[in-house]
Design a protein around this ligand. Sequence first.
Ligand code: PLP
Ligand code: COI
Length: 341
Amino acid sequence: MEKKNIDWANLGFGYMKTDYRYVSNYTDGKWDDGAITTDDMITMSECACVLQYAQTIFEGMKAYTTQDGKTVVFRPDLNASRLVDSAKRLEMPPFPEERFLDAIDQLVRANKEWVPPFGSGASLYIRPYMFGINPVIGVKPATDYQFRAFATPVGPYFKGGVKPLTIKISDFDRAAPNGTGHIKAGLNYAMSLHAIVTAHAEGYDENMYLDSATRTKVEETGGANFLFVTKDGKIVTPKSNTILPSITRRSLIQVAKDYLGIEAEEREVYVDELKDMAECGLCGTAAVISPVGKIVDHGKEICLPSGMNAMGPITQKLYDTLTGIQMGRIEAPKGWIRVIE
Ligand code: PLP
Ligand code: COI
């Protein structure tokens, strides 16, 4: 199989239309069989629930080419179950987890020529999503839904690859107590757009959101969880029920403990503690681990000792081990890698 002729090494994180996508429709209370299609266009009512009331949820995961030439997907079972959690919170019919895995298999198999080659630094980003498609004008859930998944080859999420980022503590809130911060709903991202455009205009790469109840604790960014390394070499990640349970972060905690022998703890992290941290990173499917060099708290600069030139040493070890597992250089824990034949 020939790969597409793409400058893989210089890809950014953008959408590129690939050959195939997967579609399944929910009508009369059941999901149809679903199929691969070449049609990237969606036709729907002007009054579709997704357009009026943002009833949409999504997932993000990646496929890689391993050292020995296999095509693999990293932990898609966790994306399948998180999509079910998101669906329940937005009153949508869950897309069955085994159907989700089958859809991803079919999608990646159909688009194998788009999976970046081993060593290119790129990967195939997979975006499953579902939305309420029938007309709804009173505020209530749709009755008909569409599940889709497409794939697009991507490079690093942040321009400049692994150069440390400068972020600001945002005055905007991302999630309310008892709200939807813990699920992957499109609405969480819609409300973050003004905050990210504002941060970029001020020269920052990203926002650090705080807990909206007390504004004393670190939550996450618009698209990634935080991971900190303390000065005594322990890993700490914020615990909160209003952040997305990142699959990357959960994997990194296990990698730290089981592969690197580093203590890792999930607990509340206070803004006051930031000055005592040695390293900071943003972790997620798109971000992998993107190092943070500086956090600005209303004009006050908190400079991480790891500096602005490179990742801190522990972040680097985590990055190397996780990407080694994903790309088949390091043996994965059981069940982490799904091979697409
Ligand atoms: N937090 C938010 C708000 C996200 O959108 C994402 C991306 O999916 C993450 C964290 C990271 O989650 P994961 O590692 O499962 O991709
Ligand atoms: C991901 O990492 O998969 C995300 O969804 C983050 C961002 C692109 C929204």
